[in-house]
Write a protein that binds this ligand. Structure first.
Ligand SMILES: *Cc1c(COP(=O)(O)O)cnc(C)c1O
Length: 406
């Protein structure tokens, strides 16, 4: 009984286990011949197909080099940096977005010490933000967000009564909405406390506004399958600090750099050549993919406008292309919407739940009063979104919402 429960938890794949054969390899397309899925999943990633990745995998075979900053990882970093007109070292890849954040904390302020044990961060974020800080020894301390854009209010940080105990501030780009990075730099200079930005979902915002990448503040992104640009699992640190980036490489390599001596805190947070191969294939398709995402986002907006919901549906470029969010007017509408979506077999998700302070693992963490987080979080409902989502599926989802809120 206990064993079968544990096994259920270890086997998250809900489908049938199929042994791959070349003939079963299908190549779904995004955009044109969209396939409708029922029930619709809230996130239906579509990564590069095996045949698109193949030439890169062959390179790994040829090199007989599979991880530890191999050819493909370096090539991926180089091409990402070229994309934003920066030097190659501006981009340092990692095994995940969480690893990127953990490495950014270690490379700037290192592990927590007794004088400054706190990591100040919003409660309204994905749990990885706090997990990364905790792995570096910090106690998360949660602060509230701005009711308009859901990022942390910089004045709240500047005037925070616990500032003397804060070792690092982790700002967040909720759903890809970047905080004002120039204002963050000013705040960092003013308080003397290091800021790192969990920009996990903000890949597009970062590459479209490379001026946000600074020498002062590392930005970390996630290449998880549910994000817009993906290597399956993966992440990167965008930072215009060469010695800093060397420390990132060192942190994700057990604290070793160029020798076998661990001379700094670290862990295994490296990206493998296999993951880099997926990223390189993804880069080959980036322009097409962004166009497909834009079509789906526009279809959402048009469908919202027709139903008088334009102000309540958030898609790219306001947020990451990976999200379509419905912001209910109040908690009653939110509950009605959720119930109606579930009844219609439409998957939905509160991506950041109701704040990290409500998660059992972080329940003991100290926090400010969080009225905005409590008011906003139940109203933000993640809708199904996919690069190849069909417009009739989008219309159906918005019909359900319009009816629920009428
Ligand atoms: C996706 C996400 C992460 C985690 O990234 P991983 O690559 O899964 O480690 C962290 N923070 C935020 C805000 C995210 O959206």
């Amino acid at each position: 009984m206990g064993d079968s429960l544990a096994w259920d938890k270890l086997k998250p794949w809900p489908g049938e286990l199929v042994t791959p054969t070349p003939s079963s390899a299908r190549a779904p397309k995004f955009g044109s011949d969209a396939v409708r899925e029922r029930p619709s999943r809230v996130s239906r990633p579509l990564l590069p197909q095996a045949r698109d990745i193949f030439k890169y995998l062959e390179l790994a075979d040829h090199n007989r080099w599979y991880t530890n900053r191999g050819c493909l990882v370096v090539l991926l970093e180089q091409r990402l940096a070229e994309l934003i007109g920066q030097e190659s070292w501006t981009v340092m890849t990692t095994a995940s977005g969480t690893a990127a954040l953990e490495a950014a904390i270690l490379a700037t302020v290192g592990c927590a010490d007794a004088d400054r044990p706190l990591a100040l961060m919003p409660s309204y974020t994905f749990t990885a933000t706090a997990v990364a800080a905790e792995r570096c020894g910090y106690k998360p301390y949660f602060i509230d967000i701005d009711p308009e854009n859901w990022v942390v209010d910089l004045e709240v940080i500047a005037l925070h009564p616990r500032l003397k105990e804060v070792g690092v501030v982790v700002a967040v780009a909720p759903y890809g909405r970047l905080p004002d990075t120039n204002a963050l730099k000013v705040l960092q200079a003013r308080t003397g406390i290091q800021i790192v930005v969990d920009a996990a979902a903000a890949f597009e915002q970062v590459i479209d506004h490379p001026e946000c990448i600074s020498h002062a503040i590392p930005l970390t992104v996630s290449f998880h399958a549910t994000k817009t640009f993906s290597t399956g699992e993966g992440g990167a640190v965008f930072w215009r600090d060469l010695p800093g980036q060397a420390k990132i490489a060192q942190s994700v390599n057990f604290g070793m750099l160029g020798s076998r001596e661990s001379s700094a805190p670290g862990f295994n947070g490296r990206m493998s050549e296999y993951h880099a191969a997926v990223g390189l294939a993804m880069l080959d398709q980036l322009a097409d993919r962004r166009q497909s995402y834009a079509s789906v986002s526009n279809a959402f907006l048009r469908a919202a406008e027709t139903r008088g919901l334009a102000a309540q549906v958030l898609v790219s470029p306001d947020v990451s292309s990976a999200y379509a969010l419905f912001v209910a007017a109040n908690h009653t509408d939110a509950r009605r919407t959720q119930t109606a979506l579930t009844a219609a077999s439409v998957d939905w998700r509160q991506w950041y739940e109701e704040g990290l302070h409500t998660q059992s693992h972080f329940a003991g963490c100290e926090h400010d009063p969080l009225p905005v987080t409590s008011e906003v979080s139940p109203r933000v409902i993640g809708l199904p979104m996919a690069i190849d989502m069909a417009s009739d599926e989008i219309n159906d989802v918005l019909d359900v919402i319009a009816q629920a809120c009428s």
